[in-house]
Design a protein around this ligand. Structure first.
Ligand code: ATP
Ligand code: MG
Length: 570
């Protein structure tokens, strides 16, 4: 492409709207422009990268035996009502009405649509297994769209849905998608790690996320420093701390006036947070639920929701609800005599001896409390893992890092096929629901994540595999006929080889051209200047020093770069 014909939209200034590097650089390099909160227009440069990532995804999905579809983004409400998600999806769903007042949504995801396709098209086990995918625009009215296309309201997703006749089939489909994802992110030059994820009410080890370690990530990921255990904090588990066995002491009610926080209690009792069990009260879709964790622990709300069943809305109980359950003001809740629908007790608390809890009476606590003697509840894992705890697999130390989720693979089982009556006739002549899996990749988020991992102070540093153009050919002086001639010839030769080349034939200072090329992240650069009299030009890889090379060697050097990156030229 000749740059004189291109819409070049690079910006020297850092746009005020952008907080993170990838967002700043996507705007500065002229890849995209914001149209509304979380809604972006892709400019030619951004679109080229997006298409490259899509092509990598497509190649690997096809290689894994999946078949490409394109479903409508506009979905009738009836399908969502069948699965029960029309109401459950809540405010994140963009809803529209047609002129006949019929409800539709702009698809935030497509489980219902693909389950519907399967029940209409697949009749027999002979047609299974099948994996259908699409690369399509999704719509989610995110509460907090931010960081550009990292969390936008319109974004491109690759979503795939597998259909199998049995669990073994699903296991194979899931593993294939796992492997395809590893290849996809590798080819994109993205260092993404597969971590265990929460699979909601379906439970089990049925879901994994591909996470990119990043300070600007919105998820916390727990990693073992010694083995390869890794899990989203929503799901992560650590070996619980157990106390040495002690004799039960006698309960004692103690006046603790004006004490509200764990910190106040620690000071009052002159002890550590670990001596307390806190009781926090929630409202889960109208049910009042008390959760107990050790004083120094945090409650994991995802684990609470899963323990109760599918919870749509989990929030802290109001002061009135707390009063009703405990008879006391906030800050004095405890398990003894509490009136709640469910009492969840973290396994660590069940293993503590002679600890302190609220007395369910304003201004009082009780000490020497013991699980089993003084109260009972549903014991389980309800706490967040914290830095330095023991890995549940090897006992090594765990550490926590921020991550961005770029992909998600999920064994759905029969969740949608049962709800939507999507069946096939099995070998034994019986009608059975499809065993399903679903597999998503945030394509636009992947583009932003690649930039997060590959940039420097001068701009983007694209891996060759996803670069919008591979090389810029820059004549230093466009008024110099010889330079223009050599640059043109090189440009034509490179294009002829199948290299995507830019010819910066703009009448600009060479410094401006260099800056644009670096900002746009073009991996290779050839500068055609005065040295052509000696048959030489300057060649530079984006993050390397410039070298003087023979004009006649340029094509081979470029070919070699493709070879080094395992990329083919056509
Ligand atoms: P998150 O927890 O980040 O909201 P999610 O669990 O809602 O993600 P999925 O429903 O699993 O995401 O969607 C599949 C993929 O789509 C995600 O792995 C992510 O890469 C991408 N994605 C989800 N929401 C957005 C968004 N608002 N903007 C850009 N990409 C998104
Ligand atoms: Mg989400």
């Amino acid at each position: 492409m000749k740059m004189s014909n291109m819409l070049i939209s690079t910006l020297r200034e850092v746009p005020a709207e952008a907080e993170i590097d990838s967002h700043k650089l996507m705007l500065r390099a002229g890849m995209m422009r914001k149209m509304a909160a979380g809604v972006y227009n892709y400019m030619p440069l951004g679109l080229k990268v997006l298409k490259k990532v899509e092509d990598i995804v497509r190649e690997e999905m096809n290689a894994a035996g999946a078949q490409e579809f394109l479903a409508s983004a506009m979905i009738p409400a009836e399908l969502w009502q069948e699965s029960g998600r029309w109401d459950a999806y809540g405010a994140e769903m963009f809803r529209v009405k047609d002129r006949g007042d019929r409800d539709f949504c702009l698809g935030p995801t497509h489980e219902e649509v693909f389950t519907d396709i399967a029940r209409n098209e697949i009749k027999s086990y002979k047609q299974l297994p099948l994996n259908l995918y699409q690369i399509q625009t999704k719509y989610r009215d995110e509460r907090r769209p931010r960081f550009g296309v990292m969390r936008s309201r319109e974004f491109v997703m690759k979503d795939a849905y597998s259909f199998d006749k049995d669990q073994e089939g699903l296991d194979i489909a899931y593993d294939k998608m796992h492997d395809a994802y590893v290849n996809i992110f590798n080819k994109c030059g993205l260092d993404a790690k597969c971590v265990a994820a929460d699979s909601g009410a379906i439970g089990g080890s049925n879901s994994a996320e591909f996470m990119v370690k990043s300070e600007v990530g919105e998820d916390d990921v727990v990693f073992c420093t010694e083995c390869d255990y890794a899990a989203n904090i929503e799901k992560a588990y650590s070996a619980p701390e157990k106390e040495e066995k002690q004799d039960f002491k006698e309960l004692r009610k103690i006046e603790t006036p004006n004490i509200k926080t764990i910190e106040d209690l620690v000071n009052f009792f002159k002890t550590t947070e670990k001596r307390f069990a806190k009781t926090i009260i929630f409202n889960a879709d109208g049910k009042i639920v008390a959760v107990m964790v050790r004083g120094d622990r945090e409650i994991n709300e995802v684990k609470i929701s899963n323990a109760i069943g599918e919870v749509m809305n989990l929030e802290l109980a109001s002061a009135e609800e707390v009063k009703k359950a405990t008879g006391a003001d906030i800050g004095f809740a405890g398990p003894i005599g509490i009136k709640v629908d469910i009492l969840l007790v973290d396994e660590e608390v069940a293993n503590m001896y002679n600890f302190i809890v609220g007395a369910n009476e304003t201004g009082y606590h009780i000490e020497n409390v013991n699980y089993g003697r003084d109260f009972e509840g549903i014991v389980g894992d309800y706490r967040n893992v914290t830095e330095g705890e023991k890995c549940p697999h090897c006992g090594g130390k765990v550490t926590i890092a921020r991550g961005t989720e770029v992909g998600h693979i999920f064994k759905l089982g029969t969740k949608y096929s049962e709800a939507m009556n999507a069946n096939f006739i099995d070998e034994d002549g019986k009608e059975k629901p499809f065993i399903m899996g679903c597999y998503g990749i945030g394509v636009t988020r992947t583009v932003a994540s690649i930039i997060e991992q590959h940039h420097d102070e001068n701009g983007i540093v694209w891996p060759l595999s996803v670069a919008p153009y591979h090389i810029s050919v820059i004549p230093v002086n466009v008024k110099d006929e010889e330079q223009v001639k050599v640059a043109n010839k090189l440009y034509e030769e490179l294009i002829g080889m199948g290299v995507e080349a830019l010819l910066d034939d703009r009448n600009e200072r060479v410094g401006v051209k260099f800056k644009d090329s670096e900002l746009m992240g073009i991996p290779m650069r050839v500068t055609v200047g005065k040295k052509i009299v000696d048959g030489e030009v300057e060649f530079k890889l984006r993050t390397h020093e410039m070298e003087v090379v023979k004009i006649s060697d340029v094509c081979d050097i470029v070919k070699n770069e493709f070879h080094k990156n395992n990329l083919k030229l056509r």
